[in-house]
Design a protein around this ligand. Structure first.
Ligand code: GDP
Length: 372
């Protein structure tokens, strides 16, 4: 008997007396509600071109959605995110990127609000991002707190993005750098990147901004402020906040001290001599001057070509950082290497093998496997 797709045995004359039951519906193997949600979501995800065109037009919803993709750990999201970034890249770069650091309580959010409103009143468009790798521990990011920067948050020309909440410093830094590109393509001409001045995230922020502003308080010793010498050395300016009320004199004294301290550092390759300013974020005094100083720096470093030079250096730095990060996570996430590492750790502890030989053998194993 010929058998093809269209031949149904129950229709064959030989079997015409056969009683054929109506088929039952296939049993659903997936939760249909979940599948519907998934499809709906899937359909809702715009195409790369839709993202790109929306971002270029300054569509905040699409920008936010794209940033969410940048922050997502899902490989399919990452794929789309990378395509969007690549398209946006030629439209990025036209901004002032300002890093802002200072210990908790120094007045970073009050300053960002005051400085941000000043920039917006001058016709600027401001994006505020944060690097806060500790936020996973502190349950939610510092910038996620809705009570902060209320005035700025209500501005159409301000975009405040809470920091990506999870991941290593390297991961968070990469996401922030990519978010900068998307924000710039969306027309934001000023980017603030805030970090809490206590950890190592300053180095990461320093290597993605044009100007690094350190917010300090008068009267509090450096020890108390938890500011490391290295962070002061990175600063293009120290801004002493809370120069108001009966704190003004102390602020001026601190200004003189910090100015002296900065003179002890070697000259910067930018040709810029780091400045110290006093201001009051809460009374909005001296805030405009802080911004004028940043603009002065931008003008000066544009003239001597340091501005572009530094950005190029940063791009290269991040290329190598990405390689380092990838190599490291690849090595440590390899299950075979993980169990071998355990073995070697014990061998090192029992003095069977030196730390260096153990490392060498582990690396040999790793690269040997990869090159097979
Ligand atoms: P952050 O933790 O660095 O973001 O600091 P905040 O901006 O939240 O400020 C910490 C505290 O200092 C808040 O109670 C602010 O009201 C206060 N503060 C901020 N700026 C000033 C200022 O210029 N003068 C005075 N007197 N207080 C300020």
């Amino acid at each position: 008997m010929a058998h093809d797709d269209h031949h149904h045995i129950e229709n064959d004359d030989n079997f015409k007396n056969l009683n054929v039951n109506k088929g039952v519906e296939n049993v659903q193997t997936v939760n249909s509600a979940a599948a519907q949600r998934f499809l709906k979501k899937k359909r809702k995800l715009p195409t790369v071109d839709e993202f790109f065109e929306g971002i270029l037009k300054g569509d905040i919803t699409l920008l936010s959605q794209a940033v969410t993709l940048v922050e997502s750990a899902r490989p399919d999201h990452q794929l789309v995110a990378q395509q969007i970034i690549e398209k946006c890249l030629p439209h990025s770069g036209k901004s002032i990127r300002l890093g802002i650091t200072g210990v908790p309580g120094a007045g970073k959010s009050t300053t960002i609000e005051a400085l941000g409103m000043h920039i917006i009143r001058q016709g600027g468009k401001l994006a505020v991002l944060a690097i806060d790798p500790s936020s996973e521990r502190s349950k939610g990011s510092i910038l996620g707190d809705k009570t902060r920067m209320e005035e700025l948050a209500a501005e159409a020309n301000a975009y405040i993005r809470p920091s990506p909440s999870a991941g290593s410093l390297g991961g968070v830094a990469r996401k922030t750098r990519e978010t900068i590109i998307l924000c710039e393509a969306a027309g934001f001409d000023t980017i603030f990147i805030e970090t809490v001045g206590v950890g190592q995230s300053e180095t990461a922020v320093h290597s993605m901004v044009d100007f690094f502003l350190l917010i300090m308080l008068a009267g509090a010793g450096d020890e108390l402020q938890g500011i490391k010498r290295g962070i002061m050395e990175m600063a293009d300016a120290i801004a002493i906040n809370k120069a108001d009320g009966n704190n003004i004199q102390r602020a001026n004294l601190a200004k003189a001290e910090y100015t002296n301290a900065l003179h002890l550092f070697p000259p910067t390759p930018s040709g810029w001599i780091p400045k110290v300013e006093t201001y009051s974020a809460i009374e909005n005094r001296g805030v405009a001057e802080v911004w004028d100083m940043v603009k002065e720096y931008v003008d000066k470093t544009n003239q001597n070509n340091y501005f572009g030079h530094r950005r190029n250096e940063q791009s290269q730095y991040w290329m190598f950082e990405s390689i380092n990060e990838k190599l490291k996570s690849n090595f440590y996430n390899n299950p075979q290497i993980a169990s071998l590492t355990e073995e070697y750790k014990n061998k090192v502890l029992s003095n069977e093998i030196s730390s260096f030989s153990a490392a060498q053998e582990l690396l040999d194993q790793y690269f040997g496997k990869i090159n097979q």
